[in-house]
Ligand binder design. Structure first.
Ligand code: HEM
Length: 137
């Protein structure tokens, strides 16, 4: 069931433009370029995965399978304090590209998911420290 009106094509446009802005962002760009690289094919693969994540979140299809919490927890550069910046860029991108209803629906959804990711990462790090994948002792 669709929670708000948006198409796969609109999601695709937002994802492409969002990562173009993210990659040139002073704080967030280096984190993504370190994790994904600077190779165009690797970026296309990342964008395809993220587009499927959003289609799933928006109720359009069920092609995404992954564990975003784990992926972010494992990257010690992904800090909860950076989420408001990520979410601001995402909302600006959606509002610049999509009709109001779709932009607000998608950005509100990102806020909710982002809030729970940031909270989960914060709690995990409080318990286990900042680099849980390095050592178990
Ligand atoms: C400060 C904020 C954030 C940073 C720095 C960040 C960084 C990253 C990085 C570097 C990756 C790529 C990992 C890799 O493939 O090597 C990633 C993957 C991903 N991110 Fe984020 N992220 C942030 C916030 C968010 C938010 C708010 C969402 C959703 C609303 C999100 C959704 C995802 C998803 C779905 C993946 C793919 C997970 C998978 O591999 O299945 N991220 N993120």
């Amino acid at each position: 069931m669709n929670k708000f009106d948006i198409t796969s094509e609109q999601i695709q446009l937002v994802v492409i433009e969002f990562y173009s802005r993210i990659r040139s962002d002073q704080e967030l760009g280096p984190i993504f370029n370190a994790a994904i690289g600077t190779n165009a094919a690797d970026w296309r693969a990342h964008e395809a995965k993220i587009a499927s994540f959003w289609r799933n979140a928006a109720g359009l299809d069920r092609s995404y399978s992954g564990n975003p919490m784990l992926v972010h927890v494992k990257n010690s550069k992904v800090q909860p304090e950076l989420f408001s910046r990520w979410l601001r860029i995402f909302r600006d991108t959606a509002e610049d590209i999509l009709p109001d209803g779709a932009a607000h629906g998608l950005a509100d959804l990102a806020d909710r998911i982002g809030q729970s990711l940031a909270m989960g990462i914060g709690q995990f790090r409080e318990r286990h420290g900042n680099a849980p994948n390095l050592r178990s002792s």
